[in-house]
Design a protein around this ligand. Structure first.
Ligand SMILES: [Zn+2]
Length: 430
């Protein structure tokens, strides 16, 4: 099927921050084959033409750090410290989670993400086959990794076996929309020997890495006390850091840590909402961006955020950098838009998405700017970042296919998902 989006503001998210007013985007066989102003007779070349007057088209958001099935624990244990929250509230509940629960909770997360304009995301959790099924059904694009934790490098670790099985069964599945990586949870749940083992396996199967690094002061302090070095240095020594690595958080980092991230071309997933809610601190995003480190944006799991709203995350990210640097020019609109789109696409290894450009894969969203908070119309990019709501997203296109039309997700049964998650959550919490 081919599709023409016309009479719309086209926010390309290219390096120059280009906007095309009264523009058009043509899509054929999933690929963007035209970007520019509307030309005579071009509508005849496409199967379907959508007149998007008063609306804006931009690349879909890429949520670079998430634990989708944790929507099951949303709003359950709030206002707690990370370790207390994780070890005393979340881990005991996770023992009661079944694979069917994980399927429905992942479906809920994907439903929420699509409704808010997210077209690709990165996940680290358990029961990932079930999440993969939800991803395939929904039409979403994703990088999935079975969360790994362990002590020893000896013998067969069942989590690594599960990760390898996930890789064999789902890497490049869903018409290439799913990638599988290895996801060692952190330096406080994995020993150095175990991390080395994971790095070796990743090298053997040529997969990427997804890991939490330097999220809190306590994590960094304990790591230095125990191993004599920071989590980032430890991960580097274990062989985990390279251009296919996503390091989530990187809040408590010193100059040496940042030099390592830069030198090894590590992708950082910044999660300002989660970092604020858990009082983890403020990642030095402006400094790392100025150093040329690729910074993507994520929400983290819904139980520490508590939503998966990338538009809100963009606003939080820019406000936070402005406040901490006491500089209102910090993290301007174009930069934060790229963090939420093309930087994330690069971090996830979906290099042919994240920008509206001829030849790129069509992962796009349409935002309805005919709302009071977009008026008067000056700069549509500013309006989206500083005044917009994720509920303004009307259409979502992934791989050239319309996944959401006028707010209705076409691939998922919304009513069933809400019902299943509610009844399962009641069982787990009881
Ligand atoms: Zn996380």
């Amino acid at each position: 099927m081919s599709l023409l989006l016309k009479n719309t503001s086209v926010i390309t998210c290219d390096i120059d921050g280009t906007i095309i007013e009264d523009g058009a985007v043509g899509i054929s066989n999933g690929i963007i084959d035209y970007v520019g102003s509307m030309e005579a007779y071009m509508a005849e070349k496409y199967d379907r033409v959508m007149d998007l007057r008063g609306k804006a088209v931009m690349p879909g958001f890429v949520n670079a750090h998430n634990h989708a099935a944790m929507t099951m624990f949303r709003n359950y244990a709030d206002d707690m410290k990370l370790m207390d929250w994780l070890f005393n509230k979340i881990f005991p509940l996770e023992d009661k989670l079944t694979e069917e629960d994980a399927y429905w909770a992942s479906s809920l997360a994907i439903l929420e993400m699509i409704k808010g304009g997210t077209t690709a995301y990165c996940d680290m959790y358990m029961f990932m086959e079930k999440t993969a099924e939800a991803v395939i059904q929904s039409g979403m694009r994703a990088v999935l990794g079975r969360g790994l934790q362990g002590e020893t490098a000896e013998g067969l670790d069942y989590r690594i076996s599960e990760a390898l099985e996930l890789y064999r069964n789902y890497h490049n599945s869903g018409d290439g929309r799913i990638r599988v990586n290895l996801a060692p949870h952190s330096v406080y749940t994995c020993s150095p020997d175990y991390l080395k083992k994971v790095a070796r396996v990743a090298w053997e199967i040529k997969s990427g890495i997804n890991i939490h690094l330097s999220e809190t002061v306590d994590e960094v302090k304990n790591c230095i006390d125990k191993y004599g070095m920071s989590p980032i240095k430890l991960a580097d020594k274990a062989g985990l850091l390279n251009e296919n690595t996503i390091a989530a958080h990187c809040v408590v980092v010193d100059e040496e840590d940042m030099e390592i991230l830069k030198e090894k071309k590590v992708n950082v997933a910044h999660n300002p909402g989660s970092n604020m809610k858990l009082a983890s601190g403020i990642a030095p995003i402006k400094t790392m961006t100025d150093m040329g480190i690729n910074i993507a944006l994520g929400t983290d799991g819904a139980s520490s955020n508590n939503n998966l709203d990338m538009l809100e995350e963009m606003r939080t990210a820019t406000y936070l950098q402005k406040v901490v640097s006491k500089d209102p020019t910090a993290l301007p609109v174009d930069q934060v838009l790229r963090m939420a789109t093309i930087n994330g696409a690069k971090a996830l290894g979906f290099d042919n998405t994240g920008e509206i450009k001829k030849g790129m894969v069509a992962d796009l969203i349409v935002i309805n700017t005919q709302k009071p908070w977009y008026y008067p119309k000056h700069n549509v990019k500013s309006a989206i970042v500083y005044s917009g709501n994720s509920s303004d997203v009307e259409f979502v296109i992934i791989d050239g296919r319309i996944i959401m039309e006028k707010g209705q997700v076409l691939t998922l049964d919304e009513e069933r998902i809400l019902y299943e998650v509610q009844r399962r959550a009641e069982r787990i919490m009881s």
